[in-house]
Design a protein around this ligand. Structure first.
Ligand code: PXP
Length: 246
């Protein structure tokens, strides 16, 4: 299966918003990411609009040749934004204003009703819906029950684990979660905290078809340029595609 890379350009907007200016433009970064081999672009339009703005989403939708995926809180107001923008996939994520970044997966198991309602609104409009969940069987099965097409397994705990036993345990959780999801008929993505060092072990899980990666690519891009940073990540994901075959 061809593993697909979706580049999250939120943190290009974070730099821009530090001065509330016009640059760097996340749409320009997204175009470079496409040219470097990304399969699509993903942005998180947060309710507090701390990085990506509504205009960014509109311009991305008009500019991007591949696919735009939208991360969003599972609330009606954001569903309205998604229905207007029409990204290929909506990824529902938990959102808390005080958090630095998304912390933990969506609790579909304990709050199925409200999530089912938002999934239903989006699905009725023929948008695909992915739920960002921890790699736990209960959350994955609940995702299927509320009508999701796909799950994005939260890789944060694996990425933060100390090398050794804890890291192996977290990797095994991801492996089993991916199997449960696929057996339940869900497509499987993964993301959060993935970087150039920890990606290869997750990449080896055969059920995972999409990888959503942001911070590590933007951070490397500051030093080596956006195209190179994306190309290097594509090379790790699909070694046979890279010119050196490395
Ligand atoms: N997937 C989801 C659901 C996220 O919320 C984020 C962070 O916006 C990412 C993937 C990307 O994570 P990172 O920036 O750590 O690569």
């Amino acid at each position: 299966m061809r593993r697909r890379l979706f580049v999250n350009v939120d943190h290009v907007a974070t730099v821009r918003q530090a001065r509330r200016g016009r640059y760097p433009d996340p749409v320009a970064a997204a175009v470079l990411a496409e040219l470097a081999g990304a399969d699509g672009i993903i942005v998180h339009l947060r309710e507090d609009r701390r990085h990506i703005q509504d205009r960014d989403l509109r311009v991305l939708m008009e500019t991007i040749q591949t696919e735009v995926h939208l991360e969003m809180a599972a609330v009606d107001q954001m569903a309205g934004v998604a229905l207007e923008a029409r990204p290929r996939v909506c990824v529902l994520v938990p959102e808390r204003r005080e958090e630095l970044t998304t912390e933990g997966g969506l609790d579909v198991f304990h709050h199925p009703a409200e999530i089912r309602r938002v999934v239903g609104r989006l699905s009725q409009a023929a948008l695909q819906v992915s739920l960002f969940v921890d790699p736990d069987e209960g959350q994955i099965r609940a995702s299927r029950e509320v009508g999701a097409d796909m799950v994005e397994l939260h890789t944060g705990e694996y990425c933060n684990a100390r090398p050794g036993e804890e890291q192996s345990r977290q990797l095994e959780r991801l492996r089993q979660g991916a199997q449960v999801a696929r057996a339940a008929g869900l497509r499987v993505a993964a993301g959060h905290g993935l970087d150039y060092v920890n990606l290869p072990s997750v990449r080896a899980i055969p059920e995972i078809e999409e990888f959503n990666i942001g911070f590590s690519i933007v951070a490397r891009a500051v030093l080596v340029g956006f195209e190179r940073a994306v190309r290097e990540m594509v090379g790790l994901l699909r070694p046979s595609d890279s010119p050196a075959g490395a």
